[in-house]
Write a protein that binds this ligand. Structure first.
Ligand code: AMP
Ligand code: MN
Ligand code: MN
Ligand code: MN
Length: 295
């Protein structure tokens, strides 16, 4: 096996992380600092997956090149399916297409319109100047996300911490969970395919779905052209992972792995996640369009 090439089973891999965030979205590290941290932790293969943007990819690629890391351009795209927000990691081995470029511009506009709506709804529960407060928390001109509003709620003393902010006001089904602006799941998958990319269903265990409903989501995702799903996202129960592997295998999906790292100091770090079980699921890096990355 040539040096630096990836194994052909999910359980045998190390030094790989296909889901991480930088300051281009809601992560704490600049793209360059994230790549440097990956390098220091022995991560050799990575994808930068900022929410709805590839703005961090140029800086990350330059750093990765310097440090001898393989980096995939990617984005975690927000979508809606049956009234829920679903995340799709678009892995883009050949980079940005005109279609994806246009789609990301639409996503940026959707995020702006959504921020105004979230602000309006949070002002109704006492967060004054909500948009300006969230912008101050973001500390830059990057697109706003719910974590910025969560921090603004904490700062204003309306909730004690981020967890409570999501639990009471911003999490699934709460007033600040505005999803009407997001495109349909099938559209997001289309854009990814038009870019010769691979659509990966992000963290299938984190939507609060029953096994049966998760099966329906996986069916819809597969029918629309989705080709992979994250078998492991951060830390998860081993029995649940084995069961998820069965659900993915039944649909002929590839498996992906990622930490969903956002900031240092928490329980996650680049490249750290539960081990994948031995299973028949092919790794997403064995997809024919991922050959250059895996090599
Ligand atoms: P958005 O992209 O604006 O919909 O914001 C979603 C992001 O909020 C996720 O990607 C996480 O980074 C963050 N998030 C979601 N749930 C929680 C939570 N319970 N506590 C802290 N952050 C969360
Ligand atoms: Mn996030
Ligand atoms: Mn996500
Ligand atoms: Mn993420």
């Amino acid at each position: 096996m040539p040096m630096n090439s990836l194994p052909d089973t999910l359980d045998a891999v190390s030094g790989l992380d296909l889901h991480m965030h930088s300051t281009a979205s809601d992560g704490a590290l600049t793209p360059g600092a994230l790549v440097a941290l990956c390098h220091s932790r022995g991560v050799t293969h990575m994808a930068l997956t900022d929410h709805d943007t590839l703005a961090g990819v140029d800086e990350a690629s330059a750093a990765a090149e310097r440090l001898g890391i393989r980096l995939l351009p990617a984005a975690e795209l927000s979508a809606q399916w049956r009234g829920m927000t679903i995340h799709v990691v678009a892995l883009l081995p050949t980079g940005l297409s005109a279609e994806m470029n246009e789609a990301l511009a639409t996503q940026a506009e959707a995020r702006i319109a959504r921020s105004k709506e979230i602000a309006r709804r949070l002002e109704a529960i006492g967060l004054e100047n909500a948009l300006a407060q969230a912008r101050e928390q973001a500390g830059s001109e990057r697109p706003l996300g719910r974590p910025d509003f969560a921090r603004a709620l904490v700062e204003a003393g309306i909730v004690p911490d981020m967890t409570t902010a999501f639990k009471k006001h911003l999490g699934a089904g709460k007033r600040g969970d505005v999803k009407a602006h997001w495109p349909y799941l099938s559209d997001v998958i289309d854009w990814t395919l038009q870019s010769s990319g691979i659509a990966v269903l992000a963290h299938p265990l984190r939507y609060g779905l029953t096994r049966r409903k998760r099966g329906l989501l996986l069916d819809a995702f597969t029918e629309a052209g989705g080709e992979a799903a994250e078998l492991v996202s951060g830390f998860q129960n081993a029995d649940v992972t084995r069961d998820l592997a069965r659900q993915l295998d039944e649909r002929g999906l590839y498996g992906s792995l990622g930490s969903d790292f956002h900031f240092p100091g928490g329980h996650l770090a680049p490249g750290s996640m539960s081990p994948a079980p031995r299973c028949a699921l092919p790794p997403v890096w064995c997809h024919p369009r991922m050959r250059d990355f895996a090599g």
